[in-house]
Design a protein around this ligand. Structure first.
Ligand code: CA
Length: 428
């Protein structure tokens, strides 16, 4: 285990036992002080945010990969991501050292601490990166099977290609938003049941998709260059939680033959803190066996290439005081891992850039309680969810909020992703 993940490490900053952000985590994000000032890179520690932009200006990053680089006084992580893994590790090790309870440099510099450690409530988080391209995979076998049964029947649930390749579509980067951004119910074209012509209006079947995404880092690849499975993690900066809001009625009418389009482009929400693969290292695990259908050689994956990340989805209607948990799942259920996804994405020679985002697809597990969309949880609306205040939900109503949380734990060692939250407002 890398020493920055050592469960024995402690920070001089107080960290509550259930905080997602102990010193072993050290995620990267972009914040702006609530009382004004430019955006810059920070890390979360307990309920504080450490201003890395200010520390960089004061000369605190003098290692070989970061010296003279201006990567933290930025409104996006792209410049840091472009430097590659040695620089990310150098930054992490230095930040870990500066926050450690047995390291005096920042601990004993009270005026500096006052300037660079801000309370979480005094900052506003922004999108962590300029997202160049966004691709959405479809890598949960359970999700693909459930949706296949509903749309095509049990016999043809999984399409013939599904076990041979990680299915995906190219999504829309312009409408990726940070947690807390409300979205309006989309309008579009749908074909009502038993109608013979489509109608235009607000979607009636707005849904969520519980997903995670990885952000590409490292130098951009050249057109024509492939990223093999074994090297894929070198190109992955870190991971975020993703809610891929989906309009099921628009989707049903438009999706053949080219796949989702407007059903998915009205908003995709992501969590603000990017959790690095270094922080995830202790939670590495193997994914499902792929022995039923042997993948082609360029997709073969061995060893522990995924992570044990517990995921929860909560729903809160406008009048409810608290979130009601509607789903508990785990990232490890995914059939295709991130390395296979990236290898497949680049097998044609498609180039990738720092800041590209690739989402996993809905992360459904084997049990009904682990299904990652309302479409599956309510089985297309036929089995509504009962909310604690007596209301029922098939799909989202105006004013409904959704929160997705993610965390890893192993004994006392726990790190979290924080959350991605969003509310559906009435159609414009
Ligand atoms: Ca999706």
């Amino acid at each position: 285990m890398h020493h920055t993940c050592d469960p024995a490490l402690r920070s001089f900053v107080d960290v509550a036992p259930d905080s997602p952000f102990p010193i072993q985590n050290l995620p990267f994000g972009i914040f702006r002080p609530a009382d004004g000032g430019d955006a810059r890179v920070g890390t979360a520690i307990g309920d504080k945010v450490l201003d890395l932009g200010a520390l960089e200006e004061e000369g605190f990053f003098q290692g070989p990969h970061l010296r003279g680089r201006k990567v933290f006084r930025r409104d996006a992580l792209n410049e840091l991501m472009a430097l590659g893994r040695p620089a990310w590790v150098e930054a992490r090790e230095r930040i870990s050292e500066l926050l450690r309870s047995d390291h005096a440099e920042l601990r004993d510099n009270v005026p500096l601490r006052g300037r660079v450690l801000l309370h979480h409530k005094d900052v506003r988080m922004q999108l962590p990166a300029r997202i160049g391209d966004y691709t959405d995979f479809y890598s949960s076998r359970e999700h693909a099977t459930n949706v296949g049964i509903m749309f095509r029947g049990k016999e043809n649930a999984l399409m013939p290609n599904w076990l041979h390749l990680p299915v995906a579509y190219h999504g829309r980067a312009s409408s990726v938003v940070v947690s807390g951004t409300p979205l309006h119910r989309p309008c579009g074209q749908t074909l009502p049941a038993e109608a013979d012509a489509p109608v235009y209006g607000p979607s009636r079947l707005v849904d969520i998709e519980l997903e995670m995404g990885f952000l590409v880092g490292g130098p951009a690849t050249e057109l024509g260059q492939r990223v093999p499975v074994e090297k894929a993690e070198q190109h992955i900066f870190g991971m975020v939680l993703v809610n891929d809001w989906s309009a099921r009625d628009i989707q049903k009418w438009e999706y053949q033959p080219l796949g989702p389009f407007l059903a998915k482009n009205f908003g995709t929400s992501i969590s603000p803190w990017v959790i690095t693969l270094e922080a995830l290292e202790p939670f590495r695990c193997e994914g499902p066996a792929q022995d039923e259908v042997q993948p082609l050689p360029y997709l073969r994956s061995s060893g522990a290439r995924t992570w044990d990340i517990e995921l929860e989805v909560g729903l809160k209607a406008a009048r409810m005081a608290e979130y009601h948990t509607i789903c508990r799942s785990n990232f490890r259920h995914l059939y295709w891992n991130v390395s296979q996804q990236l290898a497949h994405h680049t097998v044609t020679g498609c180039n990738i850039h720092p800041g590209d985002m690739m989402a996993s697809g809905t992360i459904s597990g084997p049990e009904k309680s682990s299904y990652g969309s309302l479409l599956e949880l309510t089985w297309r609306g036929s089995e509504p969810i009962a909310l604690p205040d007596g209301q029922e939900r098939k799909f989202l109503q105006d004013g409904d909020s959704i929160v997705i949380q993610g965390f890893c734990r192993k004994g006392d060692h726990r790190i979290g992703f924080g959350e991605v939250e969003g509310t559906i407002l009435p159609a414009i």
